[in-house]
Design a protein around this ligand. Structure first.
Ligand code: SF4
Length: 355
C-alpha cells in the first residue's frame, strides 16, 4: 500500500533538499543547542498540544529547576506541577516524572535508546519515541504527529482520514520508506520545521517550499484540500459557579483536586455544578459539602476553558464565610503567599489574578 505512495519517488533528492533547507533555516531553539536525550524528551513532551513560543520560557525554567534526570526524579510532584503551571495537560508532567524515575532506577540514569524500552515508559507514545530516537540518538525511526501527517498527505497525496487513529500507520510506513539513514535527526526535524513554518494548515507557502518540486498536491493545485480530516465528536459543556470565599482573616478557600482524572492533584476554588443547582441553592449545597455557611455576593468574572472533550463555563462569585468549621479533607483556607506556592490549572489561575 505504502509502496504505491512512494513508488518512483525521488527519495535521495527529496532527502537532500529537505535536510539542506533545515540546516540552513532552522529556528534557534533552546533544546536544539546540544544533543541531549533528556532535553529532547522534555521539549517534545512540552510541545505536545502547545506552541513553540509558549514552550520556550517553560523549557528554560524547567531546566533551571530540574537540570538532570536525577533532579527531576527527586523533586516533589507539587514542585513539578507548579513549574508546569499554565502549560496545561498536566498528566504530561506527571507521566514524565514517573518515567524519569524509572530511567533513574532501572536504566542507571541513561535514557534508553531502543524503541522497545523507550515505548514502555509512561507518556512516551510512538511520536515521542521516534523523536527521541532520531533527534538524540540518530536512529532512523518515524516521528509522526499531526504536522507530519499534513506535510506527507500533501507531498505524497495521501487521502486517508487523519482523524482515524489507524491512519497514522500509513504515514509511519511512508516515512520509513523516505527517512534518511545518514541523518534521521535533520530529516525528522526538517519535516516538523516544514510543517511549522511553510506547509501550514491553511494557505501553505508553497512558493517558498524547499520540496515543492516533489509535491503531488502542489502539482495538482489541491494543497488546501489536504489533509482529509473528519470532524471529531462535539464537546460537552459543563457550567459551574466558582466561589471565591474569604474568611474573617481575608484568607481564601481552595481545595486540591482528586488524585486521579482531569487536572489531578492541582488546586482550585470550590466549584458548584450549575447543571444540578441554581445560585439560590448553592449555600445549602455548600454547607452539606464543606460544613460552613457562606453568603454569595456579586459576580466577579466569567471564564471559559476548552479541554479536549469538555468545555468549562466558570461563573466566579465573591463570597464570605458566615459561620461553621471547615470539614473537607482536601480543602483549606490560604493566605495570598500560600496561594502563590500552589499549582493551579489555567482556568483558575485567571480567577486567582482577580483576588
Ligand atoms: Fe506543503 Fe506546498 Fe510544500 Fe507541498 S509545496 S509540501 S503543499 S508547502
Amino acid at each position: 500500500m505504502t509502496k504505491t505512495y512512494t513508488d518512483k519517488f525521488p527519495i535521495d533528492a527529496f532527502q537532500q533538499n529537505l535536510i539542506e533547507w533545515f540546516q540552513r533555516e532552522q529556528r534557534d531553539l533552546p533544546w536544539r543547542k546540544e544533543k541531549n536525550a533528556y532535553k529532547t524528551w522534555v521539549s517534545e513532551i512540552m510541545l505536545q498540544q502547545t506552541k513553540v513560543d509558549t514552550v520556550i520560557p517553560y523549557f528554560y525554567d524547567f531546566m533551571d529547576k530540574f537540570p538532570t534526570l536525577e533532579a527531576l526524579a527527586n523533586a516533589s510532584e507539587q514542585e513539578v506541577l507548579k513549574t508546569w503551571e499554565g502549560l496545561g495537560y498536566y498528566s504530561r508532567a506527571r507521566n514524565l516524572q514517573t518515567a524519569v524515575r524509572e530511567v533513574v532506577e532501572d536504566y542507571n540514569g541513561q535514557v534508553p535508546n531502543t524503541a522497545e524500552e523507550l515505548g514502555k515508559l509512561k507518556g512516551i507514545g510512538p511520536y515521542t519515541k521516534g523523536a527521541i530516537l532520531s533527534i538524540a540518538f540518530d536512529i532512523p525511526e518515524p516521528a509522526v504527529d499531526g504536522n507530519v501527517m499534513r506535510v506527507f498527505s500533501r507531498i505524497l497525496k495521501i487521502e486517508e482520514d487523519i482523524a482515524k487513529p489507524s491512519t497514522r500507520k500509513i504515514f509511519e510506513a511512508a516515512v520509513r520508506e523516505l527517512i534518511s539513514e545518514e541523518d534521521p535527526s535533520s530529516f525528522n526535524q526538517g519535516l516538523m520545521e516544514l510543517g511549522a513554518l511553510i506547509c501550514k494548515p491553511k494557505n501553505p507557502d508553497c512558493l517558498l517550499c524547499p520540496v515543492q518540486q516533489y509535491c503531488k498536491a502542489f502539482d495538482e493545485g489541491i494543497e488546501n484540500l489536504l489533509p482529509i480530516k473528519t470532524k471529531g465528536k462535539n464537546k460537552r459543556t459543563e457550567p459551574y459557579a466558582v466561589l471565591l470565599i474569604r474568611d474573617e482573616k481575608g484568607r481564601v478557600l481552595v481545595q486540591q483536586r482528586p488524585e486521579k482524572g482531569l487536572l489531578a492533584n492541582l488546586w482550585e476554588f470550590p466549584m458548584a455544578p450549575l447543571t444540578d443547582l441554581d445560585l439560590q441553592s448553592i449555600p445549602n449545597w455548600f454547607y452539606g459539602e464543606y460544613g460552613i455557611e457562606v453568603e454569595i455576593h456579586e459576580k466577579e468574572k466569567d471564564v471559559r476553558h476548552v479541554f479536549s472533550h469538555i468545555i468549562w463555563e466558570l461563573n466566579a462569585y465573591n463570597a464570605t464565610v458566615l459561620s461553621g468549621d471547615l470539614d473537607h479533607a482536601r480543602a483549606r483556607f490560604c493566605t495570598k503567599e500560600e496561594l502563590d506556592m500552589l499549582p493551579f490549572p489555567v482556568s483558575h489561575q485567571k480567577l486567582l489574578s482577580t483576588l
